[in-house]
Design a protein around this ligand. Structure first.
Ligand SMILES: [Cu+2]
Length: 163
């Protein structure tokens, strides 16, 4: 292609040169240069199609200056603070029927019925007779489930859960 252009241009130049006109020869030379430049530009554009730059995948990891810091020792099992709770004995029921408290808590039963009631635990702890207005307290120092019943009214059952 390029050689053909040059050859034909050369031939044309020679033909024009044969005419003996200097101006014509100069024009032919300029045309040849333009064609060559155009071909060179195209080749250069194709050669510059290089792969796009990719970001570096191996970025350095941040270095922590406090790698020697030790974790604090594990805190001892956190026990909830003991509380004071009240259970009403009213309407031939313990209210609430189930009460959950932390270890060390104290529960007070308040007898509000016009009848005799007791708080008798299955572990043997008993309140004795409670008349209206009397109360009975027990402190629970060990976790567990404490069922109790009224001595006079076996249907009156309830539970204390100590955690
Ligand atoms: Cu009772």
């Amino acid at each position: 292609m390029r050689r053909t252009i040059l050859a034909s241009t050369f031939a044309a130049t020679m033909l024009l040169a044969g005419c003996g006109a200097d101006d014509t020869i100069s024009t032919g030379t300029t045309g040849t240069a333009a064609s060559t430049s155009s071909v060179a530009a195209t080749t250069s554009a194709e050669g510059e199609t290089t792969a796009p730059a990719t970001p570096s995948p191996d970025a350095p990891e941040p270095v922590s200056p406090t790698t020697t810091t030790q974790a604090p020792p594990p805190a001892p099992a956190q026990q909830a603070d003991p509380v004071q709770r009240t259970v009403d004995i009213i309407g031939f029921e313990f209210e609430p029927g189930t009460l959950t408290v932390p270890v060390g808590s104290t529960i007070t039963w308040v007898q509000k019925d016009d009848s005799l009631h007791t708080v008798d635990f299955t572990d043997g702890t008993e309140s004795g007779d409670l008349t209206q207005g009397q109360s009975y307290s027990r402190t629970f120092t060990e976790p567990g489930t404490y069922d109790y019943v009224c001595f006079y009214h076996p249907r009156m059952t309830a539970t204390v859960i100590v955690e």
